[in-house]
Each structure stands twice: as C-alpha cells, then as structure tokens.
Design a protein around this ligand. Sequence first.
Ligand code: BES
Ligand code: MN
Ligand code: ZN
Length: 492
Amino acid sequence: MEVRASNTPLLQWTGDSLAFGLFEDAVELTGDLATLDENLAGSIKELIAEEEFKGKAGSTIYTRVPPGNQIRKLIVVGLGKSEDLNLDSLRRAAASIARAGKTQKCKTLAISLPIDSQELAATAQVIAEGVELALYEDTRFKSEPEEEKKTTVETVDLLGLGGQEAAIARAKQICSGVILARELVAAPANEVTPITMAQTAQALAQDYGLQVEVLDKEECEKLGMGAFLGVAKASDLPPKFIHLTYKPQGTPKRKLAIIGKGLTFDSGGLNIKGAGSGIETMKIDMGGSAATFGAAKAIGQIKPDVEVHFISAVTENMISGHAMHPGDILKASNGKTIEVNNTDAEGRLTLADALVFTDKLGVDAIVDLATLTGACVVALGNDIAGMFTNNDDLAKELEAAGEQAGEKLWRMPMEERYFEGLKSGIADMKNTGPRPGGSITAALFLKQFVKDTAAWAHLDIAGPVWADKDNGVNNTGATGFAVRTLVEWVTG
Ligand code: BES
Ligand code: MN
Ligand code: ZN
C-alpha cells in the first residue's frame, strides 16, 4: 500500500473510491462536492438522506455510484463539530475512511479532507498515519489469511496535499515503529522471549546504525542487579538487559533515555494470577519495551540531533523450584533492599535496576514506560496512560507530545505520604502497597531508584497497550501505544 501526495482536483480524480468529510453542523454539499453530486445524478444527497447521516465524528457511510462515472464508489466520513476539528480528528477520520475502503474492497482510494493551509505538512502526516495504522493487519499466525480480512487497498491519494512527500515519508517512518511495537506485543510468549527481544535489538542496531549492548545474567550479577535477577530466577530462559543507543552525527542538542518494562510473560510468580485475572493476556507485559524498540526504529530513520538511550531489562515472571518466595529480600543495584511481599509486583523490581543503570548515563531526562498496574486501568480506562513525574517541565513536554501524537496522558499525583504503604519492618521497603492508590505506590517505589536531581517521568500504559475493539487508528489488539508520543517528544 502506498500513500501519495496529490494535486489532482477532486472532480478529475479517477479510481475506485473517493472519500471526503462533512461536519456535524454543516451536512451540506458545496463547491466541488455539489458539482460531483450533480455529475453523479444526486447519489451523494440520496446516500446522506437514506442513511440519516449527521456528520458525527467517526461515523462513515458509503455506496456504489452509477456505472460509467469517474469513480466507482463513495465514502463519506463524519468530522464532528467544525470548531472541534484538530489534527487528531483528521487522523481518526482518515482511519475510518481507510477501514471503509477496505470493506469496499477498493484498490485505489482518494481522500479529500479539510486542509489548514498553515499546517499542510502536519495534515499530510496525520492523514497518512491514520491510513497506515488502520490498514495494518497482523496475519503472521494464520496459516491461510482470512478472505474478508485481506487488505486490498493499493494506493491512497491525499488530494490537495501535493508536495507533502516528506511529511508522508515521516508518517511512514513513525508507523513502521508503531507496527514493530504492535507485532512484538501481539506475538505470544512462546514467540517473543528475552532471547528474541535481544535479537530484535541487535537487528535494529544493524538496520538503523544504532549501538547495542546486551548484558547477560553474569554481567547483571556483577552490576548487583538483585531486583531484576530475583524476578528472572524461575524462568528457564536467560534474562537479557538490553541497551540500544542512537547517536546523531554532530554534538547532540540533548541526551535522553527511554526505559521499557520487558516482561515477555507475567504469570504472577508464586503469587500466581488466578482464573479470571487475565493471565492469558500477559504476553502484553513487554509493551513498554516494545514501545522503546518502536521508537528506536523510527528515530533511527528520522535521525534527530538528539542522543537517545533505549533500555529494557527483559525476562519472564514464572514459577519453578528456583522461584523467589513471597517474603524474599532482594538487593537492587543502588544497594537498597526490598521485601517482596507480592511476586506479582515484578515490573517495578525489573525497572528498579534499569532506572539505577540509566541514572548513571548522565542524560537530561528519563522516561519509563510500563504495563505496571491494573489500578491504573481502573483509574483511567483503556484509552489513557497515567503519567507520574517529579518535573513540571518534563510533564509539559510529554503532554504536548502526546497531544500532537493523538495519545492521551493524564498526570497523576505522586503523593509522598502514600510511601507509608511501602514501609517494611525488615527491609528498606516492600514492593507492594495496599490496593487503594496502587498505581501511585508503584510510582513511588520506582522513585526510590532515581536520583532526586534527574528529570524523570513514569508512564503506566497497562490500559492503552491493547484495544478490545477497533478505535481510531487502533485495530483490535496491540496498539503500539506511546511510540508516536516518544518520537514526537524526541524529535519535536
Ligand atoms: N503486569 C501487571 C499489570 C497489568 C495488569 C498489566 C493488567 C496489564 C493489564 C503487573 O505486573 C501486576 O501484576 N500488577 C499487580 C500489582 C499488584 C500485585 C500490586 C496488579 O496490578 O494487580
Ligand atoms: Mn505482575
Ligand atoms: Zn507485570
């Protein structure tokens, strides 16, 4: 599938399906659309009336037009209220159109959406993103691709956006990262393991000129990573501590680090996840790590003047005779001791050592991403990630990046008094606090492994890592959440 910048006037475009948008407060045909409707003997007006189309955001209608015309089919997408139009509503409209085009089995598609002449590049980028991401289909694990799911769309012309080839290319680079993240998250734990994650990092380094270092268990032991290794103990697979680095040609403007939680499977350990706990979905528990890999892939192509470190402590949380016992005391690489009162709060243990390692790199800011707590999903639902940070400037940067990327972040409080819930009678802290405020105590735990001086943010992505149904640019399944925000943060 190819997205193309096109200057062909709407009335001259020929192909399978032509798509355009109408606002909720103005479901009427003017200008070229009125002419097109006349040329099509009133088919568009008829379609709008028959379907009682009101222009609501995300609603789509489509029809066949009489044979012998320049186009074979029409798609009309609702844009919502005109005053609410923004880049993300265009991105979502493009996604709805792409899905309709696929349903129609169209090969050639043209999209005509409202264009702000001040923001041509950004407009082209978001429309291209919407198309690329909505048309992505994961067929890796089907022996025969399902007939109705086969993508048929071959070319998508963005009308009125001629000359925006660079913006479309950028969208493609970003989406290649989002899709890598989706594929890593969606693949089950017998396919994506600590070993394959290390191989993927090595391949990324090779393909995009990044540096890569993979520390094995012995090297992690030497660094004193007792928290990470405590989690890894029960697995038959070796843990891998992965450090990818992107370095620009000249002197970097900034140095940043992105850490991802990398649990290729989370059984809960001896505090095993019971029936009804969603244990069978816990292949998604490396979604943070997958987002860092996706961002690395996009950044390796975009090549900004910023140095970026990508860090993942990758392992599984399993049970066996080697498993850590509930109540065990672990020592992290900064010397702090942790009483493991719940082996299912494993992500924060792996992140503890990753944070200590990253803090020593001397970067300007650290962001970690983790499918860390069910409590955050309860608080914010499936579309919004929780953001916890000790730095207001970093909060603003990430909020702006998320907004631009169409990914929602909501700042949560780091209420220091709640650290009370992590006090241990025998060690420096416990790894698990009480159920109320569970995402906050998780963030406060992580904070113990970051120097007070570092600008640090933690994003809890347990909700948005996965979509239960098609929603905006996300198809049912892994979303690749945070890749777009990270790329925007680093390059924007
Ligand atoms: N990986 C889970 C969190 C999670 C839950 C991710 C739902 C995605 C969807 C994490 O390791 C976990 O088990 N957290 C526990 C923490 C508790 C034991 C303090 C939780 O949220 O229940
Ligand atoms: Mn867990
Ligand atoms: Zn987990």
